[in-house]
Ligand binder design. Sequence first.
Ligand code: GDP
Length: 432
Amino acid sequence: SNIVAIVGRPNVGKSTLFNRLTESRKAIVDDMSGVTRDRHYGMAEWINKPFTVVDTGGYVANSDDVFESAINEQVLIAIEEASVILFMVDVNTGITDLDDSIAAILRRSRKPVFVVANKVDNNSQRNDASVFYGFGLGELHLISSMTGSGTGELLDEVVTHFVEIPEEENALPKYAIVGRPNVGKSSLINALIGSERNIVTPVAGTTRDSIHIHYNQFGHEFMLIDTAGLRKKTKVKENIEFYSVMRTIKALEEADVIILMIDALEGLESQDINIFHLAEKNKKGVMIVVNKWDLIEKDHKTTKEFEVKIREKLAPFVDVPVVFTSVIEKQRIFKTLDVAKHVYTNKMKKIPTSKLNEIMLPIIENNPPPSLKGKFVKIKFITQINGASPMFAFFCNLPQYVKESYKRFIENKLRENFDFAGVPIQIYFRQK
Ligand code: GDP
């Protein structure tokens, strides 16, 4: 849930640092590239603390006249969204005008800012770096993002500024409504909380990253992570995207259930599918809301056909609830909450070991894994492993002989017999 933003003018080495920080969780970085135009978002981790790194550099338009204002605007967005800001400068060039103008914006922020002097490889450069104290921004860190020297010490310091979600909030289900602009996210949130939105004071920019709304009405109690509420006014197209991607990432990290909203007239597009796969990879619960259903000409088959089309695009993870809403006509708004709660319950579900074995062992006996080179896999015992989402261990003699196709078969049988709608399942085969 914590975001570390790297800001700075071009060529100071932001992307080198970005790559270094995100190395360990690269698989997820690659997926993120589908959500955004460039690879400038990534997952990182330091001493068991996961965080998201944003390299603000990729979003600057190339023409000279928007150059400085675009950079400045990105710094503002970063300040609003990030938990910690790394202001990167180049020890070899000293302070430039653009550095100064970024520093001026950062001085007005209440977020922790670290001045990171990059390309520091020797002692004389160490001395040169003291010029950056002139920014009046407090702590200075000397690093070489190329060799990695200094980055460990920097991260030790950075993670101490991370914001934790208070315990009492953490116990409640957390939902996030995500989706492309104009699908109706704000309208749904307004329909749910109405004028109360103005009463819930956002604490963004002070102690908390995103806006958590505590909803407690009509038998539903949850935290809503508001990704749509604040909308930055900006004329730079890249920054609109930057802003919305940043919000989506935050929601993905914080929520238990992702409510992915699409526009009925547009259907499920590639960006939606990317967000869906990210939710799956992050082991979040997920449901699809097809909004503006009032705008569709319907007969008795329309809903079914629409659902089939969506599932085709979600494959192979198709066991996902789909709800058709019209927020404008207040159709199925509470159904959406019921389904989100259901997905949350599924995510938390623990199947007793006795029940699991009673149901699954006979199925396995009737459909054992196919033998491989004359060897037979014998599954003896199944148990659910404790975790934030459903995980199952199948104990057997030859785990390495179990193929992907058999895992899929097992997953389908688990889904058929125990409801796991909307929740990714992990299956492990282990030696007894
Ligand atoms: P957001 O960007 O996802 O937060 O989308 P908004 O909530 O701002 O909605 C975008 C536009 O779609 C607004 O003009 C809404 O009035 C409209 N809208 C939202 N929900 C519906 C719906 O169910 N049906 C129709 N016809 N329009 C809707």
